[in-house]
Ligand binder design. Structure first.
Ligand code: ATP
Ligand code: MG
Length: 220
C-alpha cells in the first residue's frame, strides 16, 4: 500500500545495538524528517550495519522493503518498488548491486515525481521513499550515487568498545554466561577486532574449553 504518513518510531528502535550512538541519532532523525534523507552506513565487517537495517525493518514492518545487493526478480528494483510501494527501502551490501538496479535507484532517490521505467511500470514517487543502505566499501560506488546519501562511516571498535560489545553480544544474543563472556572478551582483547571471532569462541567453548577454542580458532 502506498503510504506517506510520517513514520512513528519508538525511542528504543535500536535497543539491541550496543554503542554507535551518533549513527542511531542520525538514522532516527533521517527517518523522522518530513522529507527523505537517505543514509548509507559504510564500514568494515561485523560492526552492526546489517543489524541497523533489521531494526528498521522490525520497527516499520510492511512499510519497508528489504533487499540484499540486487533485486532477485526479473522485474528488478523497479518492479519490486512499483509492486510493493514501500516507504522505506533497505539495501544491504549496496556495493553488490547490479547496474540496472543502481540506475533505477538513482532515479528513485530523486523522488517526488512520476518516473517512467518502461511501459506498464511507471512508478509513482509522489509518495516519498527513504533509502537506508549498508556497504563494506565505498570504492566502486559512483559519485552520483554517493552524493544522494548521507554517508555515515562506521569505524572499527576501539579496545574498550570491543570489550563492551563482545560482552553484550555474548550475553544477550548468544546466551553466554556473563563470567565466561567477560573472560572471552579479555582473552581476545588486542588479538582481534572482529565480534564474530568472539561468537565463534563462545560457541565452541562448551566443547573445547575457552583456551583451546581460542587457540584452534585464532592460532594464538
Ligand atoms: N554494536 C553492536 N551491538 C550489537 N551487536 C553487534 C554490535 N557489533 C557487532 N555486533 C554483532 O556482530 C555480528 C555482526 O553484525 P552485523 O551482521 O550487523 O555486521 P555488519 O556490519 O553488517 O557486517 P558485514 O559488513 O560483514 O555484513 C552480529 O552477531 C551482531 O550481533
Ligand atoms: Mg552486514
Amino acid at each position: 500500500m502506498p503510504c506517506n504518513q510520517k513514520l512513528s518510531l519508538s525511542d528504543d528502535i535500536f535497543y539491541d545495538i550496543i554503542g554507535h550512538e551518533e549513527a542511531k541519532e542520525l538514522l532516527k532523525a533521517c527517518l523522522l524528517a518530513e522529507k527523505p534523507v537517505h543514509v548509507l552506513l559504510a564500514g568494515p565487517p561485523a560492526l552492526a550495519k546489517t543489524l541497523f537495517l533489521w531494526d528498521i525493518e522490525r520497527a516499520t514492518g510492511e512499510k519497508a522493503v528489504w533487499l540484499v545487493g540486487s533485486a532477485t526478480s526479473k522485474a528488478g528494483l523497479w518492479g519490486l518498488v512499483a509492486e510493493r510501494q514501500p516507504q522505506i527501502l533497505l539495501i544491504d551490501e549496496l556495493d553488490k548491486m547490479n547496474a540496472a538496479d543502481t540506475a533505477a535507484l538513482l532515479s528513485m532517490m530523486g523522488g517526488g515525481r512520476l518516473v517512467r521505467a518502461k511501459k506498464g511500470t511507471d512508478l509513482n514517487l509522489s509518495h516519498p521513499l527513504w533509502v537506508v543502505a549498508g556497504t563494506n566499501r565505498l570504492t566502486g560506488l559512483s559519485p552520483e550515487l554517493l552524493s544522494r546519501f548521507a554517508v555515515r562511516k562506521i569505524e572499527t571498535y576501539n579496545r574498550s568498545d570491543f570489550l563492551t560489545v563482545v560482552k553484550g553480544v555474548l550475553v544477550r544474543r548468544e546466551g553466554t554466561d556473563p563470567e565466561l563472556a567477560d573472560e572471552i572478551a579479555r582473552r581476545l582483547d588486542g588479538r582481534t577486532q572482529d565480534v564474530r571471532d568472539a561468537v565463534r569462541v563462545a560457541r565452541l567453548a562448551p566443547q573445547l574449553g575457552m583456551e583451546k577454542a581460542v587457540r584452534l580458532l585464532l592460532g594464538t
